[in-house]
Design a protein around this ligand. Structure first.
Ligand SMILES: Cc1ncc(COP(=O)(O)O)c(C=O)c1O
Length: 429
């Protein structure tokens, strides 16, 4: 593979300041960025432009399924790009059909629409709900407080967090929020205009909170009773991250022996392409033809190249049992973090999540946490971890997220825990 991946161009070998200067001058400043600039990666390690190595337990926020520069992904990209990168969705091609087949095989009979991102996958679900309820004048979608569903106009209206909406009013109508994990709240919020309910099975951006099995089963019953579609946003918690293809399958293990729970739609993106941008939604068979020819489309949705990469990722996950690894290594990480919570209660308050979808909640007012006190604790803690050589991701003011690659080794998990321990011991004083 060496000759296929040439060494990075000279610019990326320059100091971080040079790269930052380009951003300051030419890139819209819509992201709060850390003072890091990366040039390349390998497996679960990333290297910055000065050559410092970081263990990547952030995984590009649940994207780099197989880590960085995985030879199978490189090979799929090279092989498919030699054959066919793009054809319009005016035509058929095999990789899209095969990828849809692979997704359906993991869930239940249905069909798949391909997009480029998670927000677009959710937009597809919103349109499905509107089409489903249209003739009865139903259009409203109930979502949860603290949810996150993307940054498009409908995405921010769907998201149950004020901070993403502020300044972009008037918001797209048709979304209301209810408390998460509270079935009565959903029941009480249903109006004659309601068409669907959308939740994350593990709230990601909102602080890593899993749904309870009772909530999921209750939502299914309620949606059946009220003739509503039940949608899951699997953009962050999906694709084997929890140890099963979708997080509901993991949460309901042992709680739904007859397999009564089936969602009506699931959005996905992130880990699906392992870093190649591709999104999708799956829709259950009875509703699979609701969006007919001409009703929904995307120029780049499901290109031969994107689908070939996603198919290769499926193959590697199966061959190497990476779902099992996500479960086991995730459990190892979780146990390690719980131990830190026990030893450093003034630093770690709680540990939540499933598989490689973990959250470590910081205790309020950590005594010796360095950094600007005006900045959230989570950001300051993540910065302290950077100094040790570890990448993690803040969620809200106090949660540190771990979204490692599904092939993270136990030795790498140990190394990450050690670095978190070092920081915890320093700031606990
Ligand atoms: C649960 C969830 N839904 C949707 C999105 C939006 O995905 P994208 O950034 O690919 O548009 C995200 C992104 O973080 C997410 O976590």
């Amino acid at each position: 593979m060496k000759d296929i991946v040439p060494s990075p161009p000279p610019l990326v070998r320059n100091a971080v300041a040079a790269v930052q200067a380009l951003f300051q001058k030419y890139v819209v400043p819509s992201y709060g960025r850390f003072e890091l600039a990366f040039s390349h990666g390998s497996g679960s390690y990333l290297y910055d432009v000065a050559g410092k190595r970081y263990l990547d337990l952030g995984g590009g926020i649940a994207v780099t399924t197989l880590g960085h520069a995985h030879p199978a992904v490189t090979e799929a990209l090279v092989e498919q790009s030699r054959r066919l990168v793009h054809v319009s969705n005016l035509y058929y091609h095999e990789p899209q059909g095969r990828l849809a087949e692979a997704i359906v095989a993991e869930i239940a009979p249905g069909k798949v629409f391909f997009s480029n991102s998670g927000a677009e996958a959710n937009e597809g679900l919103f349109k499905l709900a509107r089409k489903f309820g249209h003739d009865e004048g139903r259009f409203e979608i109930l979502t949860a407080f603290n949810s996150f569903h993307g940054r498009t106009l409908a995405g921010i209206a769907a998201t149950g967090q004020e901070k993403v909406k502020k300044g972009f009013e008037p918001l797209t109508p048709g979304f209301r929020h209810v408390p998460y994990n509270d079935l009565d709240a959903v029941r009480n919020a249903i109006s004659p205009a309601t068409a669907a309910v959308l939740i994350e099975c593990v709230q990601g951006e909102g602080g890593v909170t899993p749904a309870s099995p009772e909530y999921l089963l209750g939502l299914r019953r309620l949606c059946d009773e009220k003739k509503l579609l039940l949608f899951l946003d699997g953009v962050q918690d999906g694709h084997f991250r929890t140890g099963r293809f979708q997080a509901y399958q993991r949460i309901l293990e042992g709680a739904d022996p007859k397999g009564l729970f089936q969602p009506d739609g699931i959005s996905m993106a992130k880990s699906l392409g392992g870093g190649f941008p591709i999104g999708a939604f799956w829709v259950r068979a009875p509703y699979a033809d609701l969006l007919g020819p001409g009703m929904h489309a995307s120029t780049f949705g499901g290109t031969p190249l994107g689908c070939a990469v996603a198919l290769k990722i499926f193959d590697v996950i199966r061959q190497e049992n990476l779902a099992g690894n996500a479960r086991q290594t995730g459990e190892f990480l979780r146990a390690g973090l719980q131990e830190l919570a026990r030893r450093f209660p003034s630093v770690v308050r709680d540990v939540r999540g499933l598989g490689m979808m973990l959250g470590m909640e910081l205790a309020p007012g950590i005594p010796a946490l360095p950094g600007d006190p005006a900045k959230p604790q989570a950001v300051r803690f993540v910065n302290a971890l950077h100094a040790e050589g570890l990448l993690t991701i803040p969620a809200g003011a106090n949660v540190i997220r771990l979204r490692a690659a599904l092939n993270l080794r136990q030795s790498e998990a140990e190394e990450g825990l050690k670095m978190i321990e070092t920081v915890a011991a320093k700031v606990a004083k």
